[in-house]
Every structure is written in C-alpha cells, then in structure tokens.
Design a protein around this ligand. Structure first.
Ligand code: D5M
Ligand code: FE
Ligand code: ZN
Length: 508
C-alpha cells in the first residue's frame, strides 16, 4: 500500500500518523489490523491521540508479526466515534464581550397602531434626525425652511433640506423633485446637463432626506448641488484589542428543498477546526462570534406555491431543524440571530425577535441570542449594524445601475442615505414606531445584510460593508425572476484588523 493511501485511511478517522509510526505500520504489512486495533482501543480508552506516534503503537500492544498479515478484518469507519480530549481554541483564551443595544431592539416595545398620526410622527422623527446630520455639513450652513424660501425671489444662493415626496422627469430629461420639510413644499430641478449631476440624480429615491444648494427661478429651486447625509469621509472604525473573528452568515432557509446541508456541514466542520488548510484552520481558531442575518427557515406560505419547494412544511419543525444545525457550532462561540422576511414574525420593519413560541429550540441553546431586525451589536469593541436587507429589493429596482449581483453597491447607497429602508410603500412594509429604528445614526464599523443571496465584501469610508449570501441554491421562483444566488460563501471578519476572508463551502 502507498504511503498516501495509508495516511488517508488514518485521516479518515481524523488521526494523523507520525512518520516513524507510518514506517512501522508499513513494515508490518497489515494496515487494516492497525486500524482495527486503533478503533477498539479508542473505544476502550474513550479517547484517541491526534497523532499516532511509535509510542502509541506500543501502547496498542499489537503483536506486529508478518504471520498476521492478510487476516481479514472488516469494519466500517462509520460505526466508530473516536473521542479525544476536548480541543481548546485560541478564541477560548478570551472572554466573550458582546453587547446587543437594547435601546435599539424593538422586541416587546412596538407601540404603533399604523394610523396616519403614527406615520406623521415617524416621518417627522426621520426628518429631524437626518436633517441634523445634514445641517452639520459645512456646505449646508445657513439652510432655510421652505416657507421662507417660498417668499424669496432673486438669484441669491439658497440652501434647503427636505424629504423627497415625488420624482418626475421633465421633457428635457431633467429631474423634478417635490421636496418637503415641516414648513412647506417646493419643486427642485436637478439638471441633466452635466454628467456629474446626471450621475448623482440617478441615486435619488423616494422618501429620502437630501440637502440642496441652488437658486430660485420661476418659483422653483434650480439645484447646483445635492447632498446625501452620507457617513463621514474620515470615519475611523473601531478594532478589537484581541485576535478574535466574526463569521457573518444569513439565509439558511431550513426546510427548503434547496437548503444546502452539505455546505452548512462543511461550515460547521471548518468552525470546529476540522476542515481547511493551515491558514483556514488558524482563522477558525479565532472565531468567537457568529451573526445570523435572518431567513433562518424557509417559512410557510411566504410566496405562491412555496409548498412545492418545501421538504419540511411545518414551521415548528423548520425551527427544530435550524436549532439542530446551529447547535453544532461550538459553545464557546456566541451566536446572535435577527429575523428575515421568511421567519415567523411580523414582516413590517423593524421586526421583533423571532418569538419563543416558534423558535423555542433556538431559545434553549445557551450561546444563541435572539434579537430584532435591524440590530446593533458590539463585538469585542467593534460595532456591527445587522439588517436582513429586504429594502434592497426596492433600492435595486429604483436606482439604475444597481443589481442583485453587486449587493454591496446597493448597501453603500443606503449608507449614503443613512437609512436602512428609506422607501415607503413599495415591497418593504414599515411599522411607524415612535422613533425611526432603521435610521443609521452612528456609522457602523461593519454593515451586515443578507436577503439577496449573493455575497460581497467591500470597504466604504472606513465601514466594512458585507453581504452574507445564503445556504440555499436557486429555487424555481428565483429562476423565474432571474435571480442567481451565490451559496455557501461566508465572509469572516478578523476583529483586530477588520481584514475579511471569504470562506467557500460550496462544492461544484
Ligand atoms: O429573497 C431571496 C431573493 O429573492 C432576494 O434577492 C429577493 C428575491 N426575491 C424575493 N421575492 C421576490 C419577488 N417577489 N420578486 C423578485 N425577486 C424576489 P428571500 O427573502 O430569501 O426569498
Ligand atoms: Fe433569504
Ligand atoms: Zn430574505
């Protein structure tokens, strides 16, 4: 038998061979007997070393004789389970320090009845906060309210801040925005005469808050400049003092016929330190946190004829399955979970945590922490803003040039707007809470989405922008809408450097 063949037989049992032990086994001429002794001894001792040394061979006290060669011993690798002393991970040397921002968690606090008054209050709160951010910009000093602007004429420079209430394109191809602030309404014309303004005007969407510098002309405002609230150019992200890492996953879709169990199992094997090359195994050693960005299950009745795509059609069983999968993540790793549009909770955003009534098996896992969508979590000093990403459907269909294949581009556009779900009344229902939980008040160190089932990692002005992708292959429904998922790819962020690594668990 070749050396490589012998080594691989032992590797199948998760044990390595010391070169001298390999020589000895080869000399004996009976690999099968060694394997069989190893297994029965491991059963007896209840453990087995990681590396088989010549000393351990002696401990096995096999009579290495050529007479034994050829004895037929049959066994199946699957029958045995070799236990060994519990592995210690680098991340176990450090305490877990994570904090879910309770003030920004809607769970149990929703007070909206969804009436007109609630909406007025909600949009006022959004305007208040975003106009404050815009007002801080040097370019927007001296902003005037729209009722004053109404009475101004002449060619002097004026500055306003307003919410986009309507978007039309003029006959000449200019953009006509209806903008509103708490005092009034006016029309803003954004010219398409120069490329820069043309480019910028494409990014403008309904219900966002903008700053405008321009002039009055014939009762309307001609924009010379348009300002998004954006995040500061000089934003310096926090980094951890400790060599720990965060795995960002999303869209497991347990219960779906297309759930990729093999990909998930390889992810688990890697996170347990049992898969990958040395660098990949070293990275697994650092993982202290896993963030799950929603769509844990495929749910029931989420889209027409979904039943045909389900292998588990009971929502409780779907959460049972997801709990069994997640339970495999070693318990020194903290897992934070937010819901998505397939989970068993209201679809209007912000979404409260998936209730215990449905996800009881997850609540029973000590290292699993259930929270709302969106969620703000600090992991060992690094601030993460995690949002399932439903609004991407609206943003991608509203802004030319954005696509499902480049989720980070669409996410960056939302960072500029400082809002996770600006458009009201399209595909993403919003619940008008007392305050706007979807506002991006503080620029996060990491912005994490899922939902679109495509993966991407990029930096924007110091923020690491990540979309997690999925563990679900293309469904018939997605095929119809021409959506090509990119499953089994998981971004891992090292919190001490904010360096990212894309781990691939998908085969073929
Ligand atoms: O969403 C998975 C992906 O499928 C996401 O990119 C949006 C897309 N999707 C979902 N519903 C629709 C509709 N109705 N039209 C077009 N594209 C859609 P998930 O939330 O996992 O189903
Ligand atoms: Fe999904
Ligand atoms: Zn989704």
């Amino acid at each position: 038998m070749e050396d490589t063949e012998i080594l691989s037989r032992f590797l199948n049992l998760n044990v390595n061979l010391h070169p001298d032990a390999l020589t000895e086994i080869k000399r004996s001429g009976n690999v099968e007997e060694f394997l069989s002794c190893l297994i029965s001894n491991a059963r007896k001792d209840g453990e087995c070393p990681l590396v088989i040394t010549p000393q351990y061979l002696q401990h096995l006290s096999i009579n290495i004789s050529r007479e034994n060669a050829g004895a037929s011993i049959t066994f199946s690798d699957k029958e045995i389970e070799i236990k060994r002393p519990k592995k210690r991970f680098l991340s176990q040397e450090y305490d877990s320090k994570f904090n879910i921002d309770g003030a920004k968690d809607i769970t149990g606090k929703s007070c909206s009845s969804g009436n007109l008054e609630d909406f007025v209050h909600y949009f006022n709160s959004r305007f208040e906060k975003l106009s404050r951010i815009l007002r801080n910009r040097e370019d927007l000093q001296g902003v005037l309210p729209l009722d004053i602007i109404e009475r101004i004429d002449g060619n002097d420079e004026i500055k306003i801040i307003g919410m986009v209430n309507g978007i039309r394109t003029s006959k000449k191809g200019n953009l006509l925005l209806e903008m509103e602030d708490p005092t009034g309404v006016n029309t803003v014309l954004v010219t398409s005469a120069n490329d820069r303004m043309k480019e910028l005007s494409r990014e403008i969407i309904m219900d966002e808050i903008l700053g405008v510098k321009g002039r009055k002309w014939n009762g309307i405002i001609i924009a010379d400049e348009v300002y998004f609230p954006d995040i500061p150019r000089m934003h310096r992200p926090n980094q951890s003092q400790e060599p720990l890492a965060l795995a960002l996953i999303s869209d497991i879709h347990a219960g779906s016929r297309e759930f990729l169990e093999g990909d998930f199992n390889r992810f688990i094997k890697w996170i347990k330190g049992d898969l990958g090359n040395q660098r990949q195994k070293d990275l697994a050693q650092k993982v202290k946190y896993v963030m799950i960005g929603g769509d844990l299950v495929d749910g029931v009745g989420i889209y027409p004829d979904q039943i045909d795509d389900l292998v588990i059609s009971d929502i409780y069983e779907q959460y049972g399955m997801v709990a069994r999968l997640i339970q495999e993540i070693p318990d020194h790793i903290e897992i934070v979970v937010i819901p998505g549009n397939h989970d068993a909770v209201r679809i209007a955003e912000p979404q409260p945590a998936i209730p215990e009534e449905f996800a009881e098996p997850l609540y029973k896992i000590d290292n699993v922490h259930m929270t709302s969508n969106p969620a703000r979590v600090n992991f060992s000093g690094v601030n993460l803003l995690s949002y399932h990403g439903k609004s991407l459907d609206d943003v991608i269909s509203s802004i030319p040039g954005l696509s499902y294949s480049e989720p980070v581009k669409a996410m960056t556009s939302l960072l500029k707007k400082r809002h996770l779900s600006p458009i009201f009344g399209n595909k993403t229902p919003l619940s008008p809470e007392g305050e706007d939980y979807l506002l991006i008040e503080d620029p996060p160190d990491i912005l994490h989405f899922g939902h679109v089932h495509t993966v991407g990692v990029e930096k924007y002005r110091g923020t690491t922008v990540v979309n997690s992708g999925t563990f679900q292959s293309q469904t018939d429904f997605q095929k119809k809408v021409n959506l090509n998922p990119d499953p089994g790819k998981i971004p891992i962020i090292e919190l001490d450097s904010l360096r990212s690594t894309l781990m691939t668990f998908h085969m073929g």
